[in-house]
Design a protein around this ligand. Structure first.
Ligand code: FES
Ligand SMILES: [Fe+2]
Length: 473
């Protein structure tokens, strides 16, 4: 590293303690230029996050698709806490600590259905209805001198809010209001029809990296030419070859940050649907070129863009693009026309929402929604137990379904090898290939902090600022 950068690093290290937490170790600080490595590798920092963030923040515990019918249940694990989520009726879900009040047995594991609307502990058979009211205590007269009250042994509730097809929970008995928490991103998520999306596939992966490292790999688009060279050939030729002066796609991406730690990035007017034509797609037949590009996403992810979308695009082949329109614009009209025929919900057809396609909305602390035309990919990342070096990384591919189709119940598949092409498609496999390497590098004693790009990595900085608001209070 050159001399001037060394002095910049020294100055950064000297200013590293941030957020007013002046008694914190220097490794836990950050400033607008970079994030200190202790925040990703220190077990004490992970413990602080557990107590002050995860036990107090609104977090997506489930999709409603996991529990579509009354009596369906699923469980959600965060750190050492297990939460039981139960569908009561069409509009009500309740969440309980997953513990029997008698001796503590976890009342459920995984996902399933409580037959006859009864929750029965497997140890001594105490029983509750779906609303958590006790119905049966074996040998009741033996407890509390025969004065055990139902209220003493009701299931202990956790706060719940339903939004956009998610079940959000908060373990704080007196949390900040959900409406205030979600307000900065509510309308964009509603207009993207995320609440109408249903299960297509869902995978859960144990990744050897801190949960923040894993999610921050998806907070910007400028990793695309190096990490996914097939998606940005010209950029890759500049990085890995001798090409100069390329039109980098990531420069077409805008980044916004919001209060409460949320953020988003998007192409806006620079998306193909808004008529933008990429430099490397100006050669052959425009429909074939666009289809070939979309196929990279179908084959590489099977999410966001699906084969059925390409079939609609191919129906435009040979048709002239009307004056004043574009291929992207015509494709969009065809997508909406097909959806209307099928009674399939779609995002609101306004420029601000169309411009979000191919971008991302981040909901603090750990949920990323990547929308497209009636499909969305969702990433959810959280710590695995209390280990700062491991996280649970999930990918949910979702879509809206035609009115005549009943969407399937969501069920998760566990990935056993992140390098296995049979289990993880190319694009997430490329991202997941880097993530453990980042974690490894963050342990290097010669590595004190990362460097942040002021605009393109500002969602990372905003996230850490909000994290410190929780950790410091
Ligand atoms: S531990 Fe549940 S009934 Fe005894
Ligand atoms: Fe990526």
């Amino acid at each position: 590293m050159s001399q001037p950068r060394k002095s910049a690093a020294a100055a950064l290290a000297a200013r590293a303690v941030s957020g007013g937490q002046n008694d914190w170790p220097p490794g836990w600080g950050f400033n607008s230029h970079g994030i200190n490595t202790g925040r990703y590798i220190d077990p004490r920092f992970a413990r602080l996050e557990h107590e002050r963030l995860w036990m107090r923040v609104w977090q997506a515990a489930a999709r409603l698709d996991e529990i579509p019918e009354s009596g369906d249940f699923t469980t959600y694990e965060i750190g050492d806490q297990s939460i039981l989520l139960v569908r009561i009726d069409a509009s009500t879900v309740k969440a309980y600590y997953n513990a029997c009040p008698h001796r503590g047995t976890a009342l459920a594991e995984g996902c399933g259905h409580f037959g006859r609307a009864r929750i029965i502990c497997p140890f001594h058979g105490w029983r509750w209805d779906l609303t958590g009211r006790n119905q049966f205590v074996l040998e009741r007269q033996e407890f509390c001198d025969g004065h055990l009250r139902d209220a003493d042994v009701a299931l202990k509730e956790v706060k719940v809010e339903l939004f956009a097809g998610f079940v959000f929970i908060n373990l704080d008995p007196d949390p900040e209001p959900f409406d205030a928490f979600i307000a900065p991103v509510r309308s964009v998520i509603e207009d993207l029809a995320i609440g109408d999306m249903h299960h297509y596939w869902w995978k859960s992966i144990s990744v050897p990296a801190n949960w923040k490292v894993a999610q921050e790999a998806f907070f910007e688009a400028f990793h695309v030419p190096a990490t996914h060279p097939q998606l940005e050939k010209a950029g890759a030729e500049m990085i890995f070859g001798d090409r100069k002066d390329v039109e980098f796609s990531h420069r077409n991406v805008s980044y916004d940050v919001y209060p409460h730690g949320h953020g988003r990035f998007y192409g806006g007017k620079k998306t193909p649907m808004a008529g933008h034509v990429r430099e490397d797609a100006r050669k052959g037949d425009p429909v074939d070129d666009m289809a070939a590009r979309l196929k990279l996403l179908v084959d590489g992810m099977d999410a966001m863009i699906l084969q059925e979308d390409i079939d609609i695009l191919m129906s435009l082949k040979g048709k002239p693009v009307p004056e004043g329109s574009s291929l992207g614009g015509e494709y969009m009209k065809a997508l909406y026309a097909r959806a209307a025929e099928q009674g399939r919900p779609m995002p609101k057809p306004v420029p601000e929402i169309i411009g979000m396609w191919g971008g991302e909305v981040f909901i603090f602390p750990n949920l990323m929604i990547l929308p497209q035309a009636g499909n969305a990919m969702i990433y959810r990342v959280r710590p695995q137990g209390s280990d700062p070096d491991h996280c649970i990384f999930e990918i949910l591919s979702t879509k809206t379904y035609p009115a005549a189709v009943t969407p399937p119940r969501a069920s998760v598949e566990r990935v056993t090898d992140i390098r296995d092409p049979e289990q993880v498609r190319l694009i997430p496999r490329q991202d997941l290939g880097n993530i453990p390497r980042i974690q490894k590098g963050l342990h290097a004693r010669g590595m004190r902090h990362s460097w942040l790009a002021a605009d393109q990595e500002k969602i990372i900085l905003n996230m850490h600022r909000e994290l410190d608001r929780y950790l410091g209070s």
